[in-house]
Design a binder for this molecule. Structure first.
Ligand code: ZN
Length: 245
């Protein structure tokens, strides 16, 4: 396997997003019950949204690979011990997801920012997987601060970055984003009290301003009292657009 961080990152992102797009076109508009009871985005609606999705994926790929081209010298290619790799993945995901929680919450609470940026993503009341990137371009650019600071802090703490850890996190993050926008329930994930599931994020899309701002570590929603849609509650009608001001 070539030890080329740019090439391998490109292959991972293209392969996972292509699979996610294919899966989304297949399930779009299906009658299957979603985790919140909302009908899935139809195939016609998804096709209308594909130009923005394609633009975001293309620019994400270009900016990510361009940045990696200049940074490739800092990666080492040794095989890390499993517990070292696990600890590093945990650290990066904690930093990334903590930043995401507060960034995402701000996108909702600042109504001017919501209307200008985040409202596009919430046109999907019950998204299909690839709609994770159906967002205003500024939204994913702002969200990139999470993984960037996760790896920058890891580099500051340890003095190096392992390429395999970076590639594993890139794959995990993309798969998790596709997964939580997938609509279907995750029986395994729902047994893990702190883990963000499609159901948890599905409630966020059906009741956008009520809560569930975390993506992976939902303990932020528990600790800060922004969790909605517990096991015993049923989804309410889609929340209306926010008041002006
Ligand atoms: Zn949101």
């Amino acid at each position: 396997m070539p030890q080329d961080i740019v090439l391998l990152t490109a292959l991972i992102m293209l392969a996972i997003n292509s699979a996610g797009l294919g899966l989304s076109l297949w399930v779009a508009g299906s009658e299957s019950a979603t985790s919140t009871g909302q009908p899935l985005t139809s195939r016609a609606t998804l096709l209308e949204r594909l130009p923005l999705i394609g633009f975001n994926l293309a620019t994400l790929l270009l900016l990510s690979l361009g940045s990696l081209h200049f940074l490739e010298g800092i990666f080492d290619w040794g095989a890390p011990a499993w517990f070292i790799a696990g600890a590093q993945l945990l650290w990066v995901s904690l930093v990334d997801d903590t930043i995401f929680y507060f960034y995402h919450r701000w996108l909702h609470l600042n109504r001017a920012v919501y209307r200008a940026i985040h409202r596009i993503h919430h046109k999907a009341h019950a998204p299909v997987p690839i709609e994770y990137i159906y967002v205003h371009p500024f939204e994913w650019m702002g969200g990139s601060a999470g993984p960037f600071l996760g790896f920058a802090s890891l580099y500051a703490l340890t003095g190096h970055l392992n390429a395999w850890v970076f590639l594993a996190y890139t794959a995990y993050r993309t798969i998790h984003e596709l997964s939580i926008h997938g609509g279907r329930r995750s029986r395994i994930g729902e047994r893990i009290w702190w883990y963000g599931t499609p159901r948890h994020h599905g409630f966020h899309h059906s009741r956008p301003h009520d809560g569930n701002y975390a993506a992976t570590y939902i303990f932020w929603d528990r600790f800060l009292n922004t969790e909605v849609g517990g096991e015993t509650s049923s989804p309410s009608p889609i929340t209306s657009e926010p008041q002006s001001g």
